[in-house]
Write a protein that binds this ligand. Structure first.
Ligand code: SAM
Length: 293
């Protein structure tokens, strides 16, 4: 009996995620990073970038629904959306569920990620074939800096951890241009890492502080992503017009929810409100930074 292949991602001393691996379906370096696709018994197919879990077939619906719908349900009729990163196509799939969507710009620096997602992750990447989707193989920070003002209803930043090629997507310069290219009633949302992850939890209050210099409304919300390091994951929503709780009308959201294309498995209008209720340690983490600034 040959030894069972295993994958592990640790976020602290041998604390993390492990799984048996049935097959390595893809494993090559692109011009930007190592791209790996594993077939696993528990999580289905997993996409790794430089060894870190990006998406798994088993739980990607939680991440992509929670990245997209709290923002789009705030905007009365979202039409033009930009996705920065997100080359697996999951965020685009969720955006296109909204019947008012007319145009999606996907700005993914690495064309190989899109090609691999198309080949190995069709349930996640299928929406990339939609005629309303326009794909740019560009650095997201450069793309947004060159985009015209007030041209998007929403910007969804689906970037990896704030290191390497993605570090520019966590800068004040990038956020300032996101603010500039959003329409006045627009919403920006970004994955802001885990408040429990010892390495990255300080990114969350820093992101909040930078966005608060640009947007009157900055709100953090949480969701559990079982295959992400430390599991508890945060998202940061910023807007010059909408408050995710005060401007969220449950009955109107329930009406829109019924009109979405396809059914959601995680996000609901009831859960929308609950997601913004933060645990005491997260409120403390955020207020500690506010005091420090
Ligand atoms: N959900 C994942 C997470 O939270 O880590 C992110 C998934 S998505 C695959 C991240 C994508 O961002 C990758 O495909 C990567 O190539 C892309 N990316 C990284 N830096 C970028 C940049 N500066 N501009 C555009 N895309 C970038």
């Amino acid at each position: 009996m040959g030894s069972q292949l295993q994958y592990a991602e640790y976020f602290a001393a041998r604390a993390g995620l492990t799984t048996d691996v049935e097959a390595v379906l893809y494993d090559r370096r692109s011009s930007f990073q190592r791209i790996t696709v594993l077939q696993t018994p528990a999580f289905g197919r997993m996409l790794l970038l430089d060894g870190a879990v990006m998406v798994t077939e088993w739980d990607e619906f939680i991440y992509h629904e929670m990245l997209v719908h709290p923002a789009l349900f705030l905007i009365p009729e979202p039409r033009r959306v930009a996705v920065i990163g997100g080359g697996d196509g999951g965020a685009v799939r969720e955006i296109l569920r909204h019947p008012t969507i007319e145009h999606v710009d996907l700005v993914e620096i690495d064309p190989d990620v899109i090609a691999v997602a198309r080949e190995f992750l069709p349930t996640i990447s299928a929406a990339l074939e939609d005629a309303r989707v326009h794909i740019y193989h560009r650095d997201g920070a450069e793309f947004v800096a060159e985009a015209p003002a007030a041209c998007y209803d929403a910007i969804i930043v689906d970037a990896p951890d704030p290191i390497g090629i993605a570090s520019g997507l966590f800068s004040q310069h990038f956020y300032a241009h996101c603010c500039r290219v959003l329409r006045s009633e627009g919403v920006c949302v970004l994955q802001s890492g885990s408040p429990l992850h010892s390495l990255y939890r300080q990114a969350l209050p820093r992101i909040q502080r930078l966005l608060r210099e640009l947007f009157p409304v900055v709100a953090i919300y949480l969701a559990p992503i079982p295959t992400y390091p430390a599991v508890l994951w945060s998202f940061t929503l910023a807007s010059s017009r909408w408050d995710p709780l005060q401007d969220f009308e449950l009955q109107a959201a329930l009406e829109r929810y019924r009109l979405l294309r396809g059914s959601l498995r995680y996000y609901t209008p009831y859960l929308h409100r609950a997601a913004f209720a933060l645990p005491a340690f997260v409120t403390e983490l955020l207020s500690r930074d506010a005091c420090a600034s």
